[in-house]
Ligand binder design. Structure first.
Ligand code: FES
Ligand code: FES
Length: 156
């Protein structure tokens, strides 16, 4: 077992974990953060995307021990003071989901994309979310939601 200390969704946590434990397993099984989901076992789908020190990562591709001393934000830590994050609100407003399974990862990836590029073109959005798969929506409303969130941020 290895001792890790990190911040998850703004709260400090410390635990003894198996060195082989994946970050996504740690979040779900040890912390009960089941908003972060597992959609594949090949690192392809992006459903498990979280932020590590503010940048999106596929948490099935990171060991829990690699998050030691770092800051993790999951979909559960995105809303502040009961207010949805602008990207969450835009996904809701634009009906950018059907089954919802891809949504946590898609939103976390979109937030990172907009942090990097606050006013992306449609092409840049599509490239920015290409590591996140959605089986339901055909992506159209997802792209629209990211554009809507970008507009909201620009106006804010
Ligand atoms: S669970 Fe599919 S990329 Fe992580
Ligand atoms: S809404 Fe079903 S996988 Fe994206």
């Amino acid at each position: 077992m290895t001792r890790i200390e990190l911040t998850v969704d703004g709260s400090p946590v410390s635990d003894d974990v198996e060195p082989r434990m994946l970050l996504v397993q740690y979040l779900r099984e040890k912390l009960g953060k089941t908003g972060t989901v597992i959609g594949c076992d090949t690192s392809n789908c992006g459903a498990c995307t979280v932020h590590l020190d503010g940048r999106s990562v596929k948490s099935c591709n990171v060991l829990a021990v690699q998050a030691d001393g770092r800051e993790v934000t999951t979909i559960e830590g995105l809303a502040k003071d009961g207010e949805l994050h602008p990207v969450q609100a835009a996904f809701h407003e634009c009906h950018a989901l059907q089954c919802g399974f891809c949504t946590p990862g898609m939103i976390m990836q979109s937030v990172d994309l907009l942090n990097d590029n606050p006013n992306p073109s449609e092409e840049e959005i599509r490239v920015g979310i290409e590591g996140n798969l959605c089986r339901c929506t055909g992506y159209h409303n997802i792209v629209r939601a990211v554009q809507t969130a970008a507009g909201a941020k620009t106006e804010a």
